[in-house]
Design a protein around this ligand. Structure first.
Ligand SMILES: [Zn+2]
Length: 172
């Protein structure tokens, strides 16, 4: 399924990812990666991978960008959000319109499984990487994480009372 995404914007996001990749802290893998997320507000927030002498504590560029997005308060106003049966209004959710990922020593550089799941949480719509020739490859997010688990699977329990979680568990 072809996806409608402005190629010029894709290039801009890839360039932002490329720039931040230069600042990656990767003394162990020498595999620098940069990611740039485009929020629904049109903000571009980037992150690089950061490794650690305790290898397992490394964090990927994509998750670094997403956690920064949340930290700086890029939340989508839930203008059309209706209160749930319990009267709770859903909290505004940060929204990722697209993520661009660039690995300085590998192209294309696709998000790892963990990053796909984190991007999924924030409704990522498009994934942009560079092919071996440096040209943008743009895919709908569903293509890289089909049949995914997301917050809606928890139903009204998400962000609501614990009793809702219990009720959802009883149905299984
Ligand atoms: Zn990752």
């Amino acid at each position: 399924m072809p996806t409608a995404f402005d190629p010029d914007l894709a290039r801009r996001l890839l360039d932002a990812a490329l720039e931040v990749a230069q600042r990656a802290w990767v003394p162990y893998s020498n595999f620098p990666v940069g990611a740039a997320v485009l929020t629904n507000h049109g903000e571009v927030i980037s992150g690089c991978n950061v490794e650690n002498a305790a290898y397992g504590e490394a964090i990927c560029a994509e998750r670094n960008a997403v956690t920064t997005m949340v930290a700086v308060g890029q939340r989508e106003a839930a203008a059309d959000a209706a209160p749930s049966a319990s009267g709770a209004v859903p909290a505004p959710v940060p929204q990722v319109r697209a993520v661009a990922v660039v690995g300085l020593s590998a192209a294309p550089c696709w998000p790892c499984g963990a990053c796909r799941q984190v991007l999924r949480e924030f409704h990522c719509q498009h994934v942009i990487v560079e092919d071996a020739a440096g040209e943008p490859v743009i895919l709908p997010f569903e293509q890289i994480l089909p049949h995914s688990f997301g917050p809606e699977a928890l139903g009204e329990a998400a962000g609501s009372e614990a009793t809702d979680f219990e009720a959802a568990g009883e149905e299984k």
